[in-house]
Design a protein around this ligand. Sequence first.
Ligand code: SF4
Length: 242
Amino acid sequence: MTTGRIHSWDLSTGVDGPGTRFVLFLSGCPLRCLYCANPDTWHMRDGEQATVDDVLARIERYRRFTGLAGGGVTLTGGEPLLQSAFTAEVLRRCKELGLHTALDTSGVLGARADDALLADTDLVLLDIKSFDAGVHRRLTGGRLAPTLGFATRLNRLGVRAWIRYVLVPGWTDDEEAVDGLARFLADLDNVDRVDVLPFHKLGAAKYDALGIPFPLRDHPVPDAALAERVREQFRAHGLRAQ
Ligand code: SF4
């Protein structure tokens, strides 16, 4: 029986896909984003072991909430594709139950998602951290190319996508880079919206609890005008940005 390492689960409305959703946080992530709000999900060893049956039993218990208003199940983390076999099986079982499925990923391990996994995924929430490969490397510790390749593959397979773009002043607000990303996305047919997410420091206490430094602790958060400028840049390319 396939088992996975789970950090936690939650119910959310409106942010992790359509409707009210059962959100499953898987443990383990290969990136180390400077702004990460969930450093407690970085290591698989810290997660609780669970079988697919355990997870599905819990999902079924909350079906009266997630069945409303087009809701469903979202797998996030950490990075759910780090445990791709487990993720694939949870998605498949959710589809068998007729639930809408979403996968929140940085795409950096997109090659681990086979076509069957993606066929069981109604929506990918694709986190694109930067459109500048050098900035991406310094901001996350990982390469940008796999994420862009994954975006292109999702388009080819016709998998719907919401793009998430965390806005950090001095890191991801460069006009040229935002414009480049907007042009790249405008060429795809599967992007339903772009969420510009202002960087925040709500995860600071987790760093304190873990005894590790929060690299952006003293960094400014974006103001509303900057967030609107970046959203407008996406809109200028015909994308729905919010
Ligand atoms: S990909 Fe997500 S979980 Fe991983 S370090 Fe970045 S923000 Fe944190």
